[in-house]
Design a protein around this ligand. Sequence first.
Ligand code: CA
Length: 482
Amino acid sequence: MLPLLALLVQTAGHPNVCYEVFVRSFYDSDGDGIGDLRGLTQKLDYIKGLGADCIWLMPVAESPSYHGYDVTNYYKIEPDYGTNDDFKAFMAAAHQRGIKVLVDLVLNHVSNEHPYFQQALRDTLAPHRNWFRWSKTGGNNWHKSPVRDEYYYGLFWSGMPDLNFEHPAVMGEAKWVARYWLDSLGVDGFRLDAIRHLIEVGDSNANTGATHRALREYGQYIRMVAPKSYTIGEVWDNVENILTYYPDQLDAYFAFPISDALMDAVQSEKAGRLIPTVLQFQAAQPAWRWAPFQRNHDQTRTMTFLKNDAQGARLAATILMTLPGVPFIYYGEELGMTGDKPDERLRTPMHWGVGNAAGFSSGKAWEALQPDSLTANVAAQERDPNSLLTLYRRLGAQRAANSALKTGQLIPVETGNEAVLAYIRADSARAVLVVANLGKTAAPNVTLPAEYRSRTPLARTLAPRRAYIYELTKRPPPPPPR
Ligand code: CA
């Protein structure tokens, strides 16, 4: 295959920027205080306006919990969110706008209210008894059965019994579930929850050989039935362990170590481990196979983590949106919404304006809003050319329009100053220089490597807590000596 054609095949269909949505908190279309699929559908243009061509939906299958990570029916949309037909209508509207949709797929465990588990609890001869793990003696992560003298395994808590993936029928069912979402509901791929815990072996509950084997089989199955799909796994671990999940398991994984290094750099005012960590991923795998981010639904939001340092939030946004990889943005981060544990407070309703429930619902929101909804809202920030939202939109547009930012390599630039982070993103056609002064004092700008020239003059000094993006051109090579 010609190299250019190979590159096209490799990058076709992979997301450029992905936006993580918690449907319950995004937009309520019917006034019951709960976000829903019809509401989300109405807000697709907003998401597209961020430069996102991909959405990750936190779980939307039927579940008794507010978060949905404990499923009772893998083939049915959670009634709070709408119907399967509402979901199909949402998918059609997303595809119309060129937006791909990944849904959260929770394979490690089900809800303890799942009918298969309930039958297995009550009847040791139930047909799905072996889909779960049972013990007479119990131990760590084993939970007492409410009906007989035995224990069942649940890594996270008693309400989430683990599925037994060593039983072949469980893997078979997991494949049917993927197929249903791909073929009948039209999704473009999956985000696989807690996937490093899929199969426990003895006392080891993470990264086991059996988990790798299961993911190899599952990833290959999904690529076979849907060659243009995209799967991304949650392996919340260090770089070395994440890299053991390539090359032939899922397509991609979240780069948790980049997230940590990025947030640490902005908070500590030192570049620290950020560039070395990005280079570890870049050296190991193509950029479409790993995903940097600032925060997700399990972590203190950026603005709270940075103690309301608005300049810091701007630095973090600029760095995230100019790194290689597939950046993921957690909804509301583009407004600088605040939020800290417990989990419900990381997942509060989106702030659309200043009306009832900040424009999220005409009724009473399912969860109290954050106190910053008067300033951190879409309507206010849309009018403000200096808002965080405006910055995100600009960065999203810039990334979408510039092949160097989308797919170019990251080339570190030595700054001699640990408060100044600098890198070039370059492909064969274009190049961009990103410089971020993380420090609270002005600093001299970097010196460009000799082979590059900036289209606009570089600032001589870098203002405190400011980031700069310069378009570069490559100098023509010197004429050959005569
Ligand atoms: Ca609703």
